[in-house]
Each structure stands twice: as structure tokens, then as C-alpha cells.
Design a protein around this ligand. Structure first.
Ligand SMILES: Cc1cc2nc3c(=O)[nH]c(=O)nc-3n(C[C@H](O)[C@H](O)[C@H](O)COP(=O)(O)OP(=O)(O)OC[C@H]3O[C@@H](n4cnc5c(N)ncnc54)[C@H](O)[C@@H]3O)c2cc1C
Length: 500
């Protein structure tokens, strides 16, 4: 027996579902949405402040987005893609701030220079070449490069303090990098949605089962985690935005597009410092190079975090291993996700990724002293007693079938949609919440514009996101005007310092 019927059921109340809910309500205020969250609070898993690094990924500082090619040149493909995707997110957030849908930008996004920092002859040469390649383009034209210790000391005093003068070091900087509190952003969006007609947020409700109906809709069984009561909600469209919980639900849905997927959870840990006398000396996100053999999401960085108006420092991530798919999940998550359809890719990945296994074991075994020693590469004067260990969220990396290898492990994100557009799921976690807006737009395109004939929505999306449907990388004039708007509206920098 169904208790209610809706147009859209959003599973999970993190950055992704709240973004999709907000987009859909902006496109059609009459759309009937129900959001179901297993916890008693919005965005308390990966999207929450300390559960992620809060980097507005724009490829300004992340060296793993610009690998060196075999011919010695720099591959910038990923950097341009992520940069323009982040510009899409910034435009949507600007639109919401302009409409007073989102609160003052300072509550969820803050300017925090993005710096890449390297040491050693070879790495300095790489950074110089990366800077020369990127800064010649409109997207990265404000990127500065320096090897001058005086300049670097000004950019990042803690990093340069008491550093051996014989060290060969260099850095690049983009001043309008960002620190984003994705938890606050999601909660602000959920709060606004809660004021709208035809929007229901059900907290402490876990989605248990999903049954496809003959009319194409879904009956979704939801259990109240406090009372144990069950209800069945009928929905025309379901989004599995359950973070690490999306894979088990995708498997339960039985859609053929979800077959063969597996998940490999990697947890994260940070060293955190809240001592004002240290925190006040560092205002930047300083990204280094990942150690050899380490997975891409383990690039070490020393970051300013601004959460609930409080500044703090974070260093990490240090990887950890658990079989839970969610921070507040169950140790049975991984074993229960093994199916006949994904056992081959999972075994193949397990056998072929011994270096990752070794890396995870070495990370898990590290002592506090060893972690602070790693921090001293970035902050030579760091003292063990000023830093404490904090546990971040879970990232469930995607394992999928591969004809040649049997299975492969992927570190990106993947949107899976049912053939008829009645369901979409998001797997993986990188680049993550920074690209939530373009990722959710891709779901709107596939499931609404394509499958439900909502082609008139394209013009509405363009009115909110002026670069929609165009390439920012091929259109420097559009990029300049888009940046002027977003940096101004989101209070990220004075217009005069932007030359894009
Ligand atoms: C260590 C770490 C560092 C990161 N750093 C960054 C960064 O610097 N920049 C960046 O952009 N991204 C970063 N990310 C990625 C980013 O945090 C995620 O991409 C993003 O938060 C995912 O949002 P989500 O809504 O999909 O998932 P979540 O925020 O995890 O939300 C999913 C929600 O679904 C709920 N749920 C799960 N199962 C069910 C169920 N069966 N029924 C009902 N509800 C359910 C959960 O309780 C949860 O609230 C990082 C992630 C980690 C773990």
C-alpha cells in the first residue's frame, strides 16, 4: 500500500540530492519532491564540513589533474574540464545568492588562495612547465609562479618558516581559489526547499527497497529508523544520491545498467590544528605531489578550513581502510555488496592493485609522530602536540567490468541512468561536491530533457547558468563575464585583480 505519490524521490540529503532538488524546483516549482535521509540531520555524511577537504576543485592547485605525457608535455585535458565544471557550480550558486535562496556567501564559500608547492629540481621544473602551459590560457591566466623565497614566504609563511635555504622549492598561486563548506551549502538548500510547496524532507528514514511498477514508476519502501514503521512511496523518478549507500540501492533496483558494479571503500583522516596562533599564519590550500604508488585522492595538502565562521588548519588526507560504505554505515557493507555479477571485476581489482593495498596498510599503520613528520614537509616547525587526528568521510571507489582486465578500479564519479530515465544513481566521489551542479544537470538532461521532452528547460538553465551549452575554454569573453559575476556575487575577490 503506498502512502504517497510524488514526481521525484531523492534518496539521501547530501550535496548531490539537495543540488538536484534545487535545480528541479527552479526549473518547475510545481514538481512534487520527497527527500529521504537515514540520519536525523541533513548532510552529515561525506558532504559535512570536516568529512571532506572543502576544496572548490578548479584544477588551480591539484597537480594530479595535469599529468606529464610520454612526450614530456603536460596533459591539461582534465584541468580544463574540471575548471569549467566548477565555473558551472559557481554560476548556479551565484544565481541562488542573487535570488536570496542561499544565505550570505561567507557562510558556505570563502576565498582561499590555491597554491601548488613542490620541492626538488625535477618537480620545480615540472611546475614551471605546468605554469607556462596553463597561464597562457584564459582559464588559468591569473596563475602566478615563483621560486623566490621572499615571495613564497609572503604567500605561505608557515610553509617557508625555518625551511632549509638549500631546498629548491617553487609554487604557483591562484588567489581566488575557494574553501567550500559543502555541508552548510546542502543544509541551506534543504532549508529553502523546505519552505516550498510540494517538498517533503523525511529524516531518520532509510530506503530499504525499490520495486519497478508496470507503469514505469517506482515503489520505494522506506523504514523509520526510530519507530521501525515502514511506508511505501510511489515516485515517477528516483535519484540514488545516497553517497556510499548508492551502490547497494542500485543493486536492489535491479536495473540492467547497474549490473557488474562493485565498490571499494577508502576512508580518510586528517591532522587538524585549531590553535589560533598557528591558524592565523596560514591562509591557503597548499597542494603537493602524491607519493609514488599512492592513489590520486591522496595528494597531501595543508589547508585553511573555514567552518561555521571558525578558521582551522587541516593536513592530509591519510587513507584508512574499513569495509563500511558510509561513515555511519555497517562493517557488512562491503561483503554484502558482493554479487555474482561483480565478483569477477572485484577479484581482478584485488589481485591487480597490490600497490594500493600496500599503500593502505602503510597508511593505517602510521603513528601520530609519523603523520606529523609527513606534515613537516609542508610546515617544518609543526609540533606533535598541536595537531589531533580527525576522521573524514568515506569514499567508495568504483569497480567496474573491463573486457581486457576483467575489472578496473576508478577514482572518478559516474552517473548511471536507467534506460527509460526513471532512475539515476551517482557512484564514486571525485572531483566530488565541487562539480555537483554540472553532474546533476547531466541527470536533468538525460532523465527530463531527453526522456520527458522538457526541452524548454534548456533556456531556463541558461538563464541561471549563462555558460550552459557553451565551451568556456573556447570563449574567453564569456569566461571573463562569467567570472566577473561569480567572483563578485560570491564575494571571492575584487574585480580589478581578475584579468581573465
Ligand atoms: C576524505 C574526503 C575528502 C573530500 N574532499 C573533497 C573536496 O575537497 N572537494 C570536493 O568537492 N569534494 C570532496 N570530497 C567528495 C565529496 O565529499 C562528495 O563528493 C560529496 O559530499 C558527495 O555528496 P553526496 O550527496 O553524494 O553524499 P553524502 O554527503 O554522503 O550524502 C549521502 C546521504 O545519503 C544518506 N543515505 C545513505 N544511504 C541511505 C539510504 N539507504 N536511505 C536514506 N538515506 C541514505 C546518507 O546518510 C547521507 O546523508 C571528499 C570526500 C572525502 C570522503
Amino acid at each position: 500500500m503506498t502512502t504517497k505519490s510524488v514526481d521525484v524521490l531523492l534518496v539521501g540529503a547530501g550535496a548531490m540530492s539537495t543540488t538536484l532538488g534545487m535545480l528541479l524546483k527552479q526549473l518547475d516549482p510545481s514538481i512534487k519532491i520527497c527527500m529521504v535521509e537515514r540520519l536525523d540531520y541533513v548532510a552529515h555524511e561525506s558532504s559535512d564540513g570536516w568529512n571532506n577537504a572543502g576544496t572548490g576543485h578548479a584544477a588551480y592547485c591539484e597537480l594530479n589533474y595535469t599529468p606529464k605525457k610520454a612526450d614530456g608535455s603536460i596533459d591539461t585535458t582534465k584541468a580544463f574540464k574540471i575548471n569549467s565544471e566548477f565555473e558551472t557550480s559557481l554560476q548556479f550558486w551565484s544565481h541562488l545568492v542573487e535570488q536570496s535562496v542561499l544565505p550570505s556567501p561567507k557562510q558556505f564559500i570563502n576565498p582561499t588562495p590555491h597554491i601548488s608547492f613542490v620541492w626538488g629540481e625535477e618537480n620545480v621544473e615540472f611546475l614551471r612547465q605546468r605554469h607556462a602551459t596553463l597561464s597562457a590560457t584564459a582559464a588559468f591566466c591569473d596563475m602566478e609562479f615563483s621560486e623566490d623565497p621572499e615571495v613564497l614566504r609572503e604567500w605561505m609563511p608557515l610553509v617557508m618558516q625555518n625551511r632549509d635555504p638549500a631546498d629548491k622549492v617553487a609554487a604557483t598561486r591562484v588567489r581566488y581559489g575557494t574553501d567550500v563548506n559543502f555541508g552548510e551549502l546542502a543544509r541551506s538548500m534543504a532549508k529553502h526547499l523546505g519552505t516550498q510547496a510540494d517538498f517533503d524532507l523525511l529524516l531518520s528514514r532509510i530506503v530499504h527497497d525499490l520495486d519497478k511498477q508496470t507503469d514505469g514508476s517506482w515503489n520505494v519502501t522506506v523504514k523509520n529508523t526510530e519507530t521501525g514503521a515502514k511506508e511505501v512511496i510511489n515516485s515517477q523518478f528516483v535519484f540514488l544520491g545516497a553517497g556510499g549507500g548508492a551502490l547497494p540501492l542500485l543493486q536492489k533496483s535491479g536495473i540492467k545498467e547497474g549490473k557488474g558494479y562493485g565498490g571499494f571503500p577508502v576512508s580518510g583522516q586528517w591532522l587538524v590544528c585549531k590553535k589560533p596562533e598557528i591558524v592565523e599564519k596560514h591562509l591557503a590550500k597548499v597542494y603537493g605531489k602524491a607519493p609514488i604508488g599512492a592513489p590520486p585522492m591522496s595528494v597531501p595538502h595543508l589547508d585553511t578550513r573555514i567552518i561555521d565562521g571558525q578558521r582551522a588548519l587541516l593536513f592530509g588526507p591519510f587513507a584508512g581502510f574499513t569495509t563500511k560504505f558510509l561513515k555511519q554505515g555497517s562493517l557488512l557493507d562491503l561483503p554484502k555488496s558482493i554479487r555474482t555479477g561483480n565478483i569477477k571485476p572485484m577479484l581482478s581489482v584485488a589481485m591487480k592493485n597490490m600497490d594500493l593495498t600496500r599503500y593502505l596498510i602503510s597508511e593505517v599503520m602510521q603513528s601520530h609522530g609519523a603523520r606529523v613528520e609527513a606534515l613537516r614537509n609542508f610546515f617544518p616547525d609543526a609540533r606533535d602536540e598541536d595537531w589531533t587526528l580527525a576522521h573524514a568521510g568515506q569514499r567508495v571507489q568504483i569497480i567496474k567490468k573491463d573486457e581486457k582486465l576483467g575489472g578496473k578500479l576508478e577514482f572518478g564519479t559516474e552517473v548511471i541512468t536507467a534506460e527509460d530515465g526513471s532512475m539515476a544513481a551517482l557512484l564514486g566521489a571525485s572531483p566530488g561536491a565541487s562539480t555537483a551542479v554540472p553532474t546533476m544537470i547531466s541527470i536533468v538532461e538525460r532523465c527530463y530533457i531527453q526522456h520527458r521532452g522538457k526541452s524548454d528547460w534548456k533556456a531556463r538553465i541558461k538563464s541561471m547558468i549563462p555558460s550552459y551549452g557553451e565551451s568556456l575554454n573556447d570563449n574567453p569573453e564569456l569566461l571573463r563575464s562569467v567570472r566577473e559575476r561569480t567572483l563578485g556575487t560570491l564575494e571571492l575577490l575584487d574585480r580589478e585583480t581578475v584579468t581573465a
